[in-house]
Design a protein around this ligand. Structure first.
Ligand code: ZN
Length: 233
């Protein structure tokens, strides 16, 4: 690989709108990062407190359930930590406040790699998926310069530079990760999000495998996940 020498242990920060976004889209890649000796952290902007069809389920209870599910899924993938900003599900906006909250976490965790939604995917109708992608990218820029959110730097934090971004749900993927060795770990982690799973388990899992097969096939891979990779100087 040309250019920058990659560190032996990369710190990876997976930034998502809801518990399950990363695990369903990119769990095989997260498991692979961990298997390769890297360290993965999760940041969820909401706790998915509107993600139910059960009219008897209060949002506060759903918050507890979904945070526990995310912690368990992350444990199954071997991730190091999970954080939750606890914004209301469905109400994320790409504003300076959310950008600052994510910037602070980047300055704390100091990731080499960030994973998040591709905010430019056309016809992406979920407002949170659009908002988190753009906010995460904006926060990456803010985190690296001392005049952005300078009040954070008085808390013992310093500026932080992210070197690569894996955009999932990408409109124009250019990077395929072979998840043939981790697809079963992904399946196991996805199953932790029990409140979000409907229908027959076997059918669902076969659909997940078929999707990973379809993504991998043109690249000669048995199972894959696809990303748009941004390399930042
Ligand atoms: Zn989501």
């Amino acid at each position: 690989m040309e250019g920058r020498q990659e560190p032996q242990v990369k710190i990876v920060l997976a930034i998502q709108a809801h518990p399950d976004d990363v695990d369903f889209s990119s769990g095989g890649t997260v498991a692979k990062f961990v298997r390769d000796g890297h360290e993965v952290h999760y940041l969820s902007a909401t706790s998915g407190d509107k993600g139910t069809h059960d009219r008897a389920m209060p949002p506060e209870r759903l918050t507890e359930i979904r945070e526990a599910e995310q912690r368990e899924a992350a444990r199954r993938l071997g991730a190091t930590s999970c954080r939750f900003l606890r914004h209301n599900d469905g109400e994320l906006e790409p504003n300076l406040s959310l950008r600052g909250e994510i910037c602070r976490v980047i300055r704390e965790i100091r990731p080499y790699t960030v994973m998040t939604f591709d905010p430019w995917r056309p016809y992406q109708i979920h407002p949170d998926h659009r908002a988190i992608g753009i906010s995460a990218l904006d926060a990456i820029i803010a985190a690296r310069d001392h005049l952005f959110y300078p009040e954070q730097l008085t808390d013992g934090l310093d500026i932080a530079r992210v070197h690569e971004v894996y955009l999932f749900g990408a409109a124009e993927p250019d990077t395929w990760v072979d998840i043939s060795d981790t697809i079963e770990t992904k399946r196991y982690a996805a199953a932790a999000h029990a409140s979000q799973l409907r229908g027959d388990q076997q059918e669902r899992e076969e659909r997940q495998r078929a999707r990973a097969r379809a993504i991998g096939e043109p690249r000669g891979l048995a199972y894959a996940e696809a990303f748009k990779l941004l390399r930042l100087s």
